[in-house]
Each structure stands twice: as structure tokens, then as C-alpha cells.
Ligand binder design. Sequence first.
Ligand SMILES: Cc1ncc(COP(=O)(O)O)c(C=O)c1O
Length: 391
Amino acid sequence: MTGPPALERLPALAVDEGRLEQLFGRHDLLPLWIAEPYAPPADAIRSAIEQRASAAWYGYETRPSSVKAAFWEWMRNRHGWSGDGLSTIVSPSVGTSIGVLIEELTEPGDGVIIQPPVFTDFKPLIVAANRTVIRNPLVITENAYQMDLDGLAHLASEPATRLLILCNPHNPVGRLWSEDELRSAARICAENDVTVVADEIHADLALPPSRFVPFATVARGTNLMWAATHGPIKTFGLAGVCDTLLITDSGGVASRFKAASNRLHLTRNNVFATAAFEAAYRRGAEWLDDLLDLIESNMNRLKSGLPEDIGVMDHQATYLAWLDFRDLGLDVPELAEWLTASGLALSPGHWFGREGAGFARMSIAVDPATIDEAIRRLNQGCRRLGRHPRP
Ligand SMILES: Cc1ncc(COP(=O)(O)O)c(C=O)c1O
């Protein structure tokens, strides 16, 4: 399995030298730090955008209802999830949805729980809104991460705690939360009147046999206030083009989000977003299947080539490998420096919270030759440390 032909080369734009220089102090690194497929989009998406461009009319356009219909058809086919009875609201980005919901559903000083190590944008959104970041770190058992449900129950019971941001699948550690785990988190939050925002933007990147369980499955019909974020941006590498969706069955959440959206004028449409969004969901399945195959084979490739002193945590979803460097005995700045000196731009684990120290995140949605090159550089780096490279 080699993946779609498009994945056999790194698109030049993914190698953003200015950004590499800014983040890592060097531009000559193998760039694997962004949570995106390092690949051109599916042909169906590109041709939909090209076709829309050729229409040469870029004025106001009503978003057709077929956009949301395409999303729900996709969800039914791939995840057996029906949107019956759910509100589906367009939002410019996941960050916008979470930022607006923090403002709308909590008050300054209120507590918002995150579960680090976790996606970097949550904390700044909470801080920028003058809310309090409440950390419920994930726990490691064996080679996998678990949610600390006792910790969650304790923190949710604090009167100032109003919101939980749940990441499912969890970036960066690659966990898909099970129905039991989600049900427990939902129950705890419902009992304590804590709203849940489930960021499910990586949902389509569940790797078989693991299955994505929508938070809606456990939240519907309960008295829990909740919302979930979705969209094609991560799956299909469309963050520079597409809108996202907010899904909920909580009337209060839907009406407050819509009111804020109208007030802030977040409803403006982009004609290319519409074309790309619908093409992804109607004609992107084969491309995604190839991508999932590639992720699986790249993960196996990585595991078999990594130096003995570097591990990889159990992985159920996303194109992100969470590498375990703890056996190298390097502190946070030493690990970051060692990665750079090894010629690799990975996301050092501490970017995701202090619990990420000793780890780093690597995108594996790349051509297999790039995985081989990353393995070579990691082995070479270990040799420099006098550690154990693969023989
Ligand atoms: C879990 C998660 N949520 C949200 C985003 C970003 O979404 P947006 O750019 O729409 O704010 C990312 C990007 O990597 C992500 O990994």
C-alpha cells in the first residue's frame, strides 16, 4: 500500500520555511509538526474548487442546504450516526465555536476543564476570555492514556466549574474515547451542571478496528448541555478553505450560539468553502480510505524502525504519532534542542501542557520515504547520544 499518488511528494507549501525558522530557529528541518495531511487534497476537491473558480462570480451566495445534507449522509455512511433531531450550525472554525461558547455559556472567572496533554488552542481561548483553566490531566497506564474520571468528578463538582472541553479523538495522544468513558464523562458533567464541548474534528481519522463514538450518542436525551464540533478541515487538509459545523441538541446552546453568530456576523459565506466542503463529503471517501491505509502502514513502519529508546504510544485515531522519548532522560529544553539538532521539526510535547514533557508529536500522513527519513534522523540522533539505534 503506497497511498494515493498525491501522497508521494511533500507539497512545497507545507514546507513553510519562515514558520520553521520562527518556531524552531532553523528552516532546514523535516517538517512534521503540523496536524494536517502533508499531501495535496483529493482530486474531487481540487476540481470542485477549480470549477467554482471558473464560474467567475464570487459575490454573495446562499449556502445550499445540500452542504449540511452531504455532511449527514457522510456521517450515516461512515459512522452510522444520524442527525435526526440535532441542530447543525455553520461556524467559521473550531476555535471560533469554542471561543463563542466559552463567552456565551460561562462568566469571567468561571472554570473550564481541559485534559492535557491536549491541543494547544484550548488554553489560550480560555485565558483570552478571562476564564480559569482547570487541568484534569490524562493518566498513562501501560502504553496508553486514560481519562481521569475521578479527577473529573472532583473538578466538576467545584461550584465555579462551568465547562469541559473534551477532545475526541484526543489530539495529540491519539485516543478514541470509548462509549463507556464518554458516558461516564457525560454523567459527571450532567450531575454537576457542567456543559460539554466535544471537539470531534478528527472523528473521520479513527483507524479500524477502532470506531469513533460521537459524543451525541451518550448526550442525547439527557439533561446535559453539550455541543460537538465537526467538519472536513483536518480529515481532508482544508483548514485554509472550509467552514466547520457545530452540532447540538441543547436548545439553549443552539440559540445562544446562533445569536452570537448573528451579532458578530460570523455567517458570511465563502463560495470556495461551499464547493470544497460538499466535494469532500460526497466524493472524498476513497481518498480518505487510502489515507487511513497509509497512516496504518506508516505507523507500522515507524514502530519497526524506531530506536530502542524511543517508544510510540498506543494509537487509535488521527495521523499524529505521539512519540515517547522519556528513556532518553532529556529535560524539556534538551529534548527540543536534540530534535532540532537531529534535523526534525516535531511538536515537542510540552507545547500541549507540562504533562507532554518527554514526548513529541509527529504527523505520519506523509509518503513512506519521509517516514524512513525521520527514522534515519532519530537513529542518528540516538547514536550521537550514545544510545541504542536500531542495528
Ligand atoms: C483537536 C483540534 N481542534 C481544532 C483544531 C483547529 O481547528 P480550527 O482551525 O478550525 O480552529 C485542530 C487543529 O489542529 C485540532 O487538532
